[in-house]
Ligand binder design. Structure first.
Ligand code: OGA
Ligand code: MN
Length: 292
């Protein structure tokens, strides 16, 4: 019997809902999958607890939300779960002297996933297989709330601007394999997106910041771009707008990658943390980030 009903429990004022009553290891009915996609659109982050998912389950569940992208290139090359190119491994665990996943045990700074692509993933889903006793919480921030938090003067300044999203370095601060460290921010590799985007249905405006390091506002001298980006980040990225998830084994957390950013706390390097992630491609009808 496919699971068809769930209850939804909001987690924080700006975003997040826990979904209860679903066993995701069983087939999802199309109606339930559509209701979950609607909940993701509305709450931006969905958390499911006490799941027991294989990689095939993770791929199947995520596949209800859209086609899956391949795992990105990390500091150790392209790492994916054995047999599943679309399952990205985030872990500090090493096996036979080799890292099995990305991001180590350090902090991962605020970011959205893979915004250095023309069409970044629409959503990501992250499943916890092993978690440390302390640290490693993952925080989420609504970029609608971040935009709203800008002083009016800054809203006027960012209107119509673009921003280049750096492709050389990941959120752990590690250089992706095959890339050189950026020297000149104005000419370093990346993809340019509008700095303010609007939800196609509601028209609500959101900031599209990607990540702070190595970002650049095209057309501005680097020093000016740096100062403006610092001002935007200081005004928009506020702890009180964020919600942090404390992981348990068996948690699946999905986020809408267009309207949120996320970060991860560091954790003790001698404890194991092992997460499997899928990245869900943006629906074909919305392949570009639309300017507000
Ligand atoms: C991610 C990510 C943070 C974490 O999955 O995209 O940034 O909690 N992960 O490991
Ligand atoms: Mn990420």
């Amino acid at each position: 019997m496919p699971a068809t009903t769930f209850t939804l429990h909001p987690l924080a004022p700006t975003l997040g809902a826990e979904i209860r009553g679903l066993d995701l290891s069983r087939p999802l009915s199309p109606a339930t999958a559509a209701a979950l996609a609607g909940a993701l659109d509305r709450y931006l982050v969905l958390a499911f607890r006490d799941q027991t998912l294989s990689d095939a389950d993770l791929v199947r569940v995520s596949g209800h939300f859209g086609p899956l992208d391949k795992a990105p290139i990390t500091e150790h090359g392209r790492l994916h779960a054995p047999g599943f190119e679309e399952v990205y491994v985030i872990s500090n665990v090493t096996e036979n002297g080799r890292p099995i996943g990305a991001l180590g045990a350090g902090e991962s700074v605020w970011h959205a996933d893979m915004t250095y692509l023309e069409a970044p993933p629409y959503a990501s889903s992250l499943y916890a297989l092993e978690v440390p006793a302390e640290g490693g919480d993952t925080g989420f921030l609504s970029m609608f709330a971040a935009y709203d938090a800008l002083p009016e003067e800054l809203k006027r300044r960012v209107d119509g601007l673009s921003i280049k999203h750096d492709s050389t370095t990941n959120s752990g601060g590690y250089l992706r394999q095959g890339f050189a460290p950026p020297v000149d921010l104005a000419s370093s590799p990346g993809t340019v997106h509008p700095l303010v985007i609007a939800h196609p249905a509601s028209g609500r405006k959101a900031l599209l910041l990607g990540r702070r390091p190595h970002a650049h506002i095209p057309g501005l001298p680097v020093a000016e771009s740096e100062a403006l980006l610092d001002a935007i980040w200081a005004a928009a990225v506020r702890p009180e707008l964020a919600w942090h998830h404390r992981w348990r084994v068996g948690d699946l957390v999905m986020w809408d990658n267009r309207w949120t950013m996320h970060r991860r706390d560091p954790f003790p390097g001698d404890q194991r943390r092992r997460m499997h992630r899928t990245q869900i491609a943006i629906p074909a009808e919305a392949r570009r980030m639309e300017a507000a």
